[in-house]
Design a protein around this ligand. Structure first.
Ligand SMILES: C[S@@+](CC[C@H](N)C(=O)[O-])C[C@H]1O[C@@H](n2cnc3c(N)ncnc32)[C@H](O)[C@@H]1O
Length: 277
């Protein structure tokens, strides 16, 4: 690697603190990965060295340099049917309960840390399967948020390679995707229009208009420390309807003071009152 773009210990510490306090992501011990993700950019953009680049990030009032940094540092790995136990729970437990309990037919689902959109589209396809013709009586829009503008842009297009579809039932490929002229697959308009992509930093207050019946925050908190996780779960709890659910990644541990009640691995429920849901 070009010596010019090596990060010295002090700069790395400044970067770690900046990203951790602003975005929750803990980069400690990941100096090599950080360096490899930034080195080309720092060199190509003509910064003198890494310190020079960092000054530009800290002084950037437009938000562009910071957004670019976040695009490069986030880990966006995702795929369809990831942790299929959640999709089983969604279809077999969550949806039948929700259909009975939500009398105004406004179902609120939030995919928090949605990356390239596989997770929220997967849910939208399950909703289509489950509700069929009944969906015309329901508001089934899914909110999907992330801090990576690159990921959000790609998610909104909803274009995937054939390989990316391998975990989905063969029938879904025909039902929910259009083949593009480049041999790629795009999620059909009617499914895409049921997912609303937005920028939201999970370190910020949650100010969405209504509470959620289900929040998925899977494979996101794995990068957060205990205190950040605990604060985030409290904010999620406040934003969850009574009887609503939180799904976290199976490899993630819940904070010690988790306010939700555990239902099964990686599935939590808000049960403060005696609930009929
Ligand atoms: C590994 S992906 C997980 C995607 C999907 N939930 C799944 O399980 O397949 C983690 C995502 O969390 C996002 N993320 C990390 N920190 C975040 C934060 N503070 N606020 C919102 N999203 C964040 C990253 O940009 C990334 O797209």
């Amino acid at each position: 690697m070009d010596g010019m773009c090596e990060i010295n210990a002090l700069d790395f510490l400044r970067l770690v603190n900046f990203v951790k306090s602003g975005y929750g992501i803990d980069l400690e011990g990941k100096q090599f990965i950080v360096q490899s993700r930034l080195a080309n950019y720092v060199a190509d953009c003509g910064f003198k060295d890494f310190s020079d680049y960092l000054e530009a990030v800290f002084d950037d009032n437009s938000g562009r340099e910071v957004a670019n940094l976040i695009n490069r540092l986030t880990t966006n790995h995702t795929y369809f049917m990831r942790e299929s136990e959640h999709f089983d729970h969604f279809r077999e437990v969550f949806l039948p309960q929700a259909e009975k309990a939500i009398t105004d037919h406004d179902l609120r689902i939030w995919s928090a840390g949605c990356s390239f959109g596989n997770e929220p589209y997967n849910l939208a396809m399950c909703l289509d399967e489950y509700f069929g013709f009944r969906q015309q009586n329901w508001d089934l829009k899914i909110l999907a948020t992330d801090i990576s503008f690159n990921a959000l842009r790609s998610a909104a297009r909803g274009v995937y390679t054939e390989n990316a579809l391998e975990n989905l039932p063969e029938e879904w490929r025909r039902k929910y995707f259009d083949q593009t002229s480049h041999g790629l697959y795009q999620v059909k308009d009617r499914i895409r229009s049921n997912v609303v992509f937005k920028y939201h930093n999970l370190m910020d207050e949650i100010n969405f208009k209504k509470k959620f019946d289900l929040i998925l925050c899977r494979n996101v908190m794995i990068y957060f420390d205990d205190k950040t996780k605990s604060q985030l779960c409290k904010r999620f709890y406040e934003a969850t309807e009574e009887g609503g659910y939180l799904y976290i990644g199976h490899a993630e541990s819940a904070p010690d003071d988790m306010p939700y009640v555990k239902q099964q691995p990686a599935v939590y429920r808000k049960l403060t009152e005696v609930s009929s849901r």
